[in-house]
Ligand binder design. Structure first.
Ligand code: UDX
Ligand code: UDX
Ligand code: ADP
Length: 474
């Protein structure tokens, strides 16, 4: 017999905790869900008409459930005391200093949330790792809870990694490929897992809710992200070969993707992957491998990130060489700053690195993104610690309110994010062409444009993974 969950607390109202627990509240009207955060501004935003994150469909989910059985609060203690089950969805950034700097995950937020639970809990709790954590974090959480919790209380730890992707979070949560629940191989571990299975069973087909041991569950999350990122680095590596040979990377991806053993998804060549997960999780895996004295394994995964960096560099070098080897004082319009379409998130976005390279060449960069806030762009481009960098930055970089404004007077348009708005069926490229310096270049870093159509307008079009200019064969 296992406990029926009546009240859930989610610690951390970010990209993961917010949408995930809002969906649970929507699908389980009989469960009260309270999402808490230390950040008052973030909680205020969740309680307003202007949610702190942009996700298609999320407004509706939140509006339906909010103040019915979904609550956002900064009263962390109260929510912990009342809950049967607590999701820990706090941030786990890569460490910036100390042991494992640049690779290991900083578990400070997970630890402090865990200590907080131990301190205030007055009844048994199921504590669920939702944040992506290194393998074996559950063991540390259990030790902290047992050493600090009140005598006689039982804490069961579950791992329940989140696989949602940004931009499609609501869809992914509504119909997940699978839900993973890891527990200890003990009677109370299995009972806790069953309680959480029941929550998801309210809307997820039972056969898609998978239970397994807690270490497999933790590692599966890192493994999934590492394999997805590895596919992108593999196709990007092939894109470099395509450019040099006359093969077309979209055709190659299509051809290999038809092999059912390979499959068609995550084979789109690009300016490189970004986002808060891929790089972080791979570096995490590299660190784990090194700690386990597996240097060859570490090196294998490290290469996925190295390839990604190389892709951004290669793309920028091609822009410079095409523009007659100098972009000093030339206006370059960068379309897209988010790490992918349909999100305002810029974490690890390739656009940031590419713009830094363009700046180093003294170009004038005009940026347009449909969703990213201006303040975020300035924040991402400023080098922390360099006094006056913002003044220098603003002399070189401007933010435009439309693609047309960014392109006016530019020598080149560079597509960094695959927003639908930038497709040649949605933007008036004749108008853009007329407003640009000639020869007018377009660098398609996302393969969203019809090259022939744009060449007919007069553009010089350069695409990732397609052979360079006609002279290759002349
Ligand atoms: C391969 C390709 O599958 C085929 O499409 C191509 O035309 C020729 O090369 P083959 O080498 O005959 O075919 O066998 P395959 O089934 O691909 O296995 C290759 C090796 O990989 C074998 O040693 C196999 O044992 C190993 N393998 C395969 C694994 O270790 N794990 C797997 O999951 C799959
Ligand atoms: C990823 C995983 O997909 C998700 O399961 C996990 O929970 C979190 O990490 P996310 O980072 O939100 O999700 O987005 P994703 O769609 O995976 O894209 C990551 C990056 O890869 C983006 O920059 C995207 O543009 C790029 N990408 C993706 C490609 O360059 N080519 C592709 O074929 C797919
Ligand atoms: P993710 O992408 O993993 O969801 P975010 O950074 O978007 O990460 O969200 C994590 C949230 O967790 C932040 O809003 C942060 O303020 C919150 N947080 C971190 N530590 C605690 C804590 N101990 N108690 C409550 N909230 C916390």
């Amino acid at each position: 017999p296992h406990k029926a969950i009546k009240k859930i607390c989610c610690i951390g109202a970010g990209y993961v905790g917010g949408p995930t627990c809002a969906t649970i509240a929507l699908k389980c009207p009989h469960i009260d869900v309270t999402i808490v955060d230390l950040n008052q501004a973030r909680i205020d935003a969740w309680n307003s008409d202007n949610l702190p994150i942009y996700e298609p469909g999320l407004d509706e989910v939140v509006k339906t459930a909010r103040n019915r059985n979904l609550f956002f609060s900064t009263d962390v203690d109260k929510a912990i005391i009342e809950a049967d089950l607590i999701f820990v969805s706090v941030n786990t950034p890569t460490k910036k200093s100390g042991v494992g700097k640049g690779y290991a995950a900083d578990l400070g937020y997970v630890e402090s949330a865990t200590r907080h639970i131990a301190k205030v809990a007055t009844s048994d709790k199921i504590v669920v790792e939702k944040s992506t954590v290194p393998c074996r974090t559950a063991a540390s959480m259990r030790k902290i809870l047992e050493a600090n919790g009140k005598a006689g209380l039982r804490f069961d730890i579950l791992s329940n990694p989140e696989f949602l992707a940004e931009g499609t979070a609501v869809k992914d949560l509504d119909a997940p490929d699978r839900v993973l629940i890891g527990s200890l191989d003990t009677a109370s571990g299995f009972a806790a897992a069953s309680s959480l299975v029941d929550v998801y069973a309210n809307w997820v087909p039972r056969e898609r809710v998978i239970t397994m041991n807690v270490w497999s569950s933790e590692l599966s999350k890192l493994a999934a992200n590492a394999l997805l990122a590895q596919r992108i680095s593999s196709i990007n590596a092939l894109s470099a070969i395509c450019e040099a040979t006359g093969a077309d990377v979209d055709e190659v991806a299509y051809a290999v993707g038809l092999d059912s053993r390979i499959g068609p998804k995550f084979l789109k060549a690009s300016v490189g992957f970004g986002g808060s997960c891929f790089q972080k999780d791979i570096l995490n895996l590299v660190y784990l491998s090194e700690s386990l004295h597996l240097p060859d394994v570490a090196e294998y995964w490290r290469q996925v990130v190295a390839m990604n960096e190389s892709q951004k560099r290669r793309f920028t070098e091609h822009i410079i060489s095409s523009l007659f080897n100098t972009i000093t004082n030339k206006r370059i319009a960068v379309l897209g700053f988010a790490f992918k379409k349909d999100t305002g998130d810029t974490r690890e976005s390739s656009a940031i690195t590419i713009i830094k390279y363009l700046r180093a060449e003294q170009a004038k960069v005009a940026i347009y993104d449909p969703k990213v806030e201006e303040s975020q762009i300035w924040f991402d481009l400023a080098e922390p610690g360099i006094v006056d960098d913002v003044t220098a930055l603003k002399k070189q970089v401007s933010i435009s309110s439309s693609a047309y404004e960014a392109a006016a007077g530019a020598d080149a348009v560079v597509i960094c994010t695959e927003w639908d708005e930038f497709k040649d069926t949605n933007l008036d490229y004749e108008k853009i062409y007329a407003s640009m310096n000639k020869p007018a270049f377009i660098f398609d870093g996302r393969l969203i444009l019809n090259q022939n159509k744009l060449e007919k307008i007069g553009f010089k079009v350069e695409c990732i993974g397609r052979s360079r200019l006609e002279e290759t064969f002349e």
